[in-house]
Ligand binder design. Structure first.
Ligand SMILES: [Zn+2]
Length: 400
């Protein structure tokens, strides 16, 4: 590093007048790769002093325990990131347990059993073409391949020769989006059920059957989970399906979509009146390579900024990101995420009467579709009076 830059802070990389990154300064001191990465970080609209925050705490506070855990975890286990991600997935315990056993080579496949001197035929009971191990049952068997094709995930679940289950799943965990990863693990669980049902009962299901068992089990589990976790939310009137706003109010649903390694965030907003009628919608992409919670904060800021231009009604904003909604309503912290939340709160001052509320994901589906659609559009799209075709049915059904 150049000596003169020893004590220079991030603030000095910003342009005094525009408040954004100063391209000339970036150009002077950074190489092309770093410059590109820095430019992908959205800058707060507020002038802020540089500050330190601890990356491994939600509120940015330094805690010795988290430091110790982090150092220990990283040093002790090269797969720590994979395991951390796995245990954080919102999936049924039995599915996580199956994935863990598969990665540890603990599944009772015929190959594992014969290694333990159990007298069983070692070939795959389904195809009879290979020895049965975890990778074969879940990914390589002809039946498994049909299931992955049915679910349009065949490109993601490729297996190279002699790969272990842990290597295969680690790669998928890095390349798949969170939604795809949930589906991959659910399908692994359903494939394993299918193989067992074939071995023990000679019951065969179609690839579609395996897929629909995975989907329905996941939906049922999510519903039960929302019901169990929701007494407080029920008391506060949070419903699993979309509800019309009270008379005299309008409701704005917001959502973000970002895929792993993407340098853009898709943002979807829809505005409806007290009768559930469509007023306006918007799909747009914003530049930024962000973690999910920062992407959510960015999308909410975008929705506030868009609405404040022309809105003079009482507004209820709904978002299915609990952490973000809590932070906007009462959160305090010192992280980059909290800086973005403060930007959101700043814009809220332009509204006369406004509420920011949590909604379940199932009540935020129209905004979700708009956010996803943003990726396939060139530039921003905005609709007034008439909703675009791809959300019309959802709006009609939610109106009833
Ligand atoms: Zn097979």
């Amino acid at each position: 590093m150049v000596d003169e830059l020893q004590h220079v802070t991030v603030q000095s990389l910003l342009d005094e007048t525009t408040g954004g990154w100063d391209d000339d300064v970036l150009d002077d001191i950074l190489n092309e790769r770093d410059m590109k990465l820095v430019r992908q970080i959205p800058v707060s609209t507020k002038r802020r002093d540089d500050t330190w925050f601890w990356l491994f705490d939600d509120k940015g506070k330094f805690i010795v325990k988290s430091c110790y855990r982090n150092l220990r975890g990283e040093a002790a286990c090269p797969d720590a990131e994979f395991w951390r991600k796995l245990w954080n997935l919102k999936l049924p315990g039995k599915v996580l347990n199956l994935i863990w056993r598969a990665c540890r080579d603990c599944l009772p496949t015929t190959q594992a059993l014969s290694l333990k001197r159990v007298n069983v035929p070692v070939m795959c009971p389904w195809c009879q073409l290979c020895e049965e191990d975890g990778v074969h049952v879940l990914f390589q068997c002809s039946f498994a391949r049909e299931v992955w094709t049915t679910a349009s995930l065949n490109n993601l679940v490729s297996v190279w020769p002699n790969e272990t289950m842990l290597t295969v799943l680690k790669r998928m965990s890095q390349t798949a989006s969170s939604e795809q990863l949930l589906m991959i693990y659910m399908l692994c669980w359903s494939l394993w059920q299918h193989q067992n049902d074939w071995v023990w009962n000679r019951n065969a299901t179609s690839p579609f059957g395996v897929r629909s068992r995975a989907c329905s089990m996941f939906t049922e589990w999510q519903r039960a989970r929302e019901e169990n976790s929701g007494p407080n939310m029920k008391q506060q009137g949070v419903s699993r399906s979309w509800c019309k706003p009270p008379a005299g109010w309008i409701k704005i649903n917001v959502d973000a979509a970002c895929t792993q390694n993407s340098q853009q965030v898709g943002v979807g907003c829809i505005i409806r009146d007290e009768g559930g009628n469509f007023l306006r919608a918007r799909s747009t992409v914003l530049p930024g390579r962000l973690q999910p919670r920062e992407a959510e904060a960015l999308s909410l800021k975008e929705a506030f900024a868009w609405t404040k231009e022309w809105m003079n009604s009482k507004c209820i904003f709904e978002y299915d990101a609990k952490l973000l909604v809590d932070a906007v309503n009462s959160g305090q912290g010192n992280t980059y995420f909290h800086a973005m939340v403060e930007d959101c709160i700043d814009i809220l001052k332009y509204f006369d009467e406004v509420l920011v509320c949590f909604s379940f994901r199932s009540a935020n589906m129209v905004a979700h579709e708009l956010a996803r659609a943003a990726y396939s559009m060139s530039g921003s799209m905005e609709w007034t009076c008439t909703a675009p075709d791809f959300i019309m049915c959802m709006i009609d059904s939610e109106k009833c």
